[in-house]
Design a binder for this molecule. Structure first.
Ligand SMILES: Nc1nc2c(ncn2[C@@H]2O[C@H](COP(=O)(O)OP(=O)(O)OP(=O)(O)O)[C@@H](O)[C@H]2O)c(=O)[nH]1
Ligand SMILES: [Mg+2]
Length: 438
């Protein structure tokens, strides 16, 4: 059985060849282990938070050279006594040193175990622990920025504030439940109002969760339109490469093509689709079905038309066949003429209008923060439901202790967001997604 008393070790840098690799050890007694495999060069003495050069050895046989940094408990990533040992970034050397430390009494850390200990030792809350994982996975600037704000505890503070309000309400209702003779009856109306305002606050946090989803997985934009209007050309210009085949022959794109791209630092997935028209060609017909499907599953749909001819009856028919209102109309080939005034005028040939397209992408991301991830918003939604139930109880004049049960439940749900009341399986679920060494 794993214990918090174990000294755990793992490489904290990647396991591909590199100039340098770092190995971390954490737990009471970890310094002794580090000193058992490390000999400082010359007369240098080990001092906490100072890098000291030396050699790593197995009972005198030198394995590699590197530096060792010791961290006192209370001043480390996990808050425990810990160390970081550098060596050459050769996976075989790293493995050998880790195994040596295990021979001397350490245990291999599970994925995410260092961060889990930082959480269990109270240095960070669960939203911050999840932000550590987000930071490592963040591909775009915006994802990195969001992860940094979460790491700083933005959402944690907001959730703690909501929790405080629920706890206050619970105390108020509980007091009249237990001591109504001394302090009189509950002002049910005032209590209901306060509960409603907490619910509103929670719902606002949840409303932002869909942008959090987009932030994590990328905004999926389906590019649809008649054949030959320039959908593939538009996609290629956004990507800055000739990914999709472009020809003057209508019906060139037969299947949907997906590509990830960063637009103004934001993660976007562009989906080029087959032009939609009535067709006898079986292959093309399947492509058309797929583009309808792509539109149905996208976060946003861009319908491309031709600027010189403007909105035609065919476009009208296509929009109807799509099964979904396009979110944006893009009038392409503006370099050839501009009949069309609706939508954004662009030219995939010259790049005209692409600034506006990028701005449209940015608008889809909405409010910057705080955003809850799926796990967090599920818990918040459950909390809001419990609060609604408590309010209904009070409103209908039912016994106040029934309301207390729901208020207590709500408190518990919000606590699960930050980890104040997280169970072991929640923790396991969160930390198993982490990489080794984090
Ligand atoms: N002048 C001009 N030509 C363009 C522009 N965009 C695309 N084209 C031309 O229009 C033709 C069709 O372009 P595609 O990008 O293949 O059009 P598509 O909508 O993907 O067509 P399908 O895949 O057949 O549905 C090609 O000959 C392009 O070079 C533009 O902005 N200006
Ligand atoms: Mg195409």
């Amino acid at each position: 059985m794993d214990s918090l008393d174990d000294v755990i070790v793992a490489p904290i840098t990647g396991v591909t060849p590199a100039a340098v690799a770092l190995i971390r050890g954490s737990g009471a007694g970890s310094w002794r282990l580090a000193e058992a495999v490390f000999r400082a060069a010359g007369n240098s003495r080990l001092e906490p938070r100072h890098a000291v050069l030396g050699v790593i050895h197995n009972d005198g046989e030198v394995i590699d050279e590197g530096y060792l940094v010791l961290f006192e408990s209370g001043k480390s990533y996990t808050t425990e006594e810990s160390f970081e040992l550098s060596c050459h970034g050769n996976p075989a050397i790293v493995r050998r040193i880790v195994n040596l430390l295990i021979e001397k009494g350490a245990r291999a850390a599970r994925p995410g175990e260092f961060t889990e200990r930082a959480f269990l030792n109270g240095r960070i809350d669960l939203t911050q622990a999840e932000a550590v994982r987000d930071t490592i996975e963040a591909a775009t600037e915006a994802q990195q920025r969001r992860a940094r704000l979460l790491r700083d505890g933005r959402l944690a503070r907001h959730a703690a504030e909501i929790r405080r309000k629920i706890a206050h309400e619970l105390a108020t209702v509980e007091a009249v439940t237990d001591f109504s003779e001394e302090i009189g009856d509950l002002d049910r109306e005032a209590s209901c109002e306060r509960i409603s305002s907490i619910v509103a606050e929670i719902r606002e946090l949840i409303a932002n969760a869909s942008s959090a989803h987009i932030m994590r997985h990328g905004l999926r934009i389906a590019i649809v339109g008649r054949p030959n209007v320039g959908k593939s050309s538009l996609m290629n210009r956004m990507l800055g490469s000739d990914r999709a085949i472009v020809t003057e022959i209508p019906g060139t794109t037969r299947d949907t093509i997906e590509e990830a791209v960063e637009v103004r630092g934001l993660p976007v997935v562009l989906i080029d689709t087959a032009g939609i028209r009535q067709t006898e060609d079986r292959v093309e017909a399947i492509g058309v079905e797929r583009s309808q499907l792509a539109a149905a599953h996208a976060d946003t749909v861009w319908m491309v038309i031709e600027a010189p001819s403007g909105w035609t009856s065919e476009d009208e028919a296509l929009a109807a066949a799509l099964g979904r209102e396009p979110d944006l109309i893009v009038a392409n080939k503006a370099d050839l003429g501009k009949q069309e005034s609706r939508g954004i005028l662009v030219s995939a040939l010259t790049g005209e209008g692409f600034d506006q397209l990028e701005a449209a992408v940015q608008d889809c991301f909405g409010a910057e923060l705080p955003l809850a991830n799926e796990r967090q918003s599920e818990r918040l939604a459950a909390a809001a439901d419990r609060l609604e139930a408590a309010r209904a109880t009070l409103e209908e004049g039912m016994p106040t202790d029934l309301a207390c049960v729901d208020l207590y439940g709500a408190l518990h749900e919000v606590g699960a967001v930050t980890g104040d009341s997280a169970t072991d399986d929640i923790l396991e679920q969160i930390f198993r997604d982490f990489c080794i060494g984090k």
